[in-house]
Design a protein around this ligand. Structure first.
Ligand code: UT7
Length: 326
């Protein structure tokens, strides 16, 4: 049976750190509130000139290096992002140019915070259908350029970064065992950026009304996320005839430590088996899972044969999981 397996990972975060104490000087908030309500202590902020493809490029180079591959050996490039370089073309094409991955097809996947797992699911389907044998999947975001720095309910949450994986076809009994993707568009307005698209094209008016910034009804999103993620994980385990205790590591989207803890509690997973790095990076949307996965791989938290579960919930609404036998 043909599967896809992750043969390498890479990640990159910008150097500039913005701490909760820095935010105290910008909006009416406190380190105590942010830490208690989110678990975030600091986040990385891209430089003025940096775009999503620049972060994606660094993460991809690291993954290629780990794999010992040249960019021209990549057949497909998928970039999950909602903060791409520009509306047109796809950030994946700009990344392809930077990498000189001349043989690859390239396109973006927009599923907000679930974007990386969506892209992984697309790559997995292409590999299993024998369309491509080697795919680069990247999550890259610079949400801080779409953050309203006067809105304390959102500006304390987001950070910038990128993570990449390289998938390869394998006949071995390991790799991605299942990838589930789900959406409910009826709640799209819980988390959205109203301006800059064809609904409200960029104008002086849209800028004056701050429509090009991310709007989120956080508390409602929070409650739906916790409920949905429990069901998603239970379904994924059941589909694969596994129990919670079979999992070596859960790598959740890093939106809020309370969501992560509540999810782990509901499925009876000890928190030591959950990869958490949002204290250092905040919510990096589609980049959060590949960032955390790369860290887990590089610090030796992931071993051959381990069952690893990735899960995410985000704007759309979208949610997704991927079960991997490493
Ligand atoms: O990544 C994709 C999906 N995203 C998520 O899953 C995010 C989900 N949401 C969350 O993480 C949380 O809802 C937040 C961290 C955004 C907010 O935490 P909360 O516990 O849901 O707080 P809340 O929105 O109910 O607000 C509680 C209070 C409010 O004051 P009042 O109305 O009770 O007086 C807010 O105005 O906290 C206030 N508040 C703040 N206070 C200090 C909101 N933001 C801040 C802030 N500093 N930064």
């Amino acid at each position: 049976m043909l599967r896809s397996k992750i043969i390498a990972t890479g990640s990159y975060v910008p150097e500039k750190v913005l701490t909760n104490f820095d935010l105290e000087k910008m909006v009416e908030t406190s380190d105590e509130w942010i830490t208690e309500r989110t678990g975030i202590k600091e986040r990385r902020i891209a430089e003025g000139k940096q775009a999503a493809s620049d972060l994606a490029f660094e993460a991809s180079k690291a993954a290629l290096k780990m794999a010992g591959l040249k960019a021209k050996e990549i057949e497909l490039i998928l970039v999950a992002t909602v903060s791409g370089d520009m509306p047109l073309p796809a950030t994946a094409c700009i990344l392809q140019d930077k990498l000189e991955a001349k043989k690859a097809a390239a396109f973006d996947v927009n599923a907000a915070c679930s974007g990386f797992i969506y892209a992984l699911a697309v790559a997995d389907a292409f590999i299993r259908s024998r369309s491509y044998r080697r795919v680069l999947v990247v999550g890259a975001e610079i949400l801080t350029k779409f953050t309203d720095w006067e809105d304390r309910t959102t500006c304390v949450l987001f950070g910038d970064g990128a993570g990449a994986v390289i998938l390869e076809a394998t006949e071995e009994d390991r790799g991605i065992l299942s990838a589930r993707i789900h959406s409910d568009g009826s709640m799209w307005d819980l988390l959205h950026t109203p301006g800059g698209g064809s609904r409200n094209p960029a104008s002086k008016e849209t800028v004056r009304k701050r429509l090009h910034y991310i709007k989120m009804r956080g508390n409602e999103t929070f409650k739906i996320a916790v409920r949905t993620l429990e069901g998603l994980i239970r379904d994924t385990l059941k589909e694969n005839k596994l129990k919670t205790s079979d999992l070596a590591l859960l790598i959740p989207h890093q939106a809020n430590l309370r969501i992560i803890q509540a999810t782990a509690r509901r499925i009876d997973l000890p928190i030591e088996k959950v990869m958490v790095n949002l204290d250092r990076y905040g919510n990096t949307s589609a980049a959060s899972i590949p960032l955390a996965l790369d860290e887990a791989v590089r610090i030796g938290k992931v071993r051959r044969g381990d069952y690893i579960l990735l899960e995410a919930f985000g704007g759309g609404l979208t949610w997704a999981s991927a079960l991997i036998k490493w």
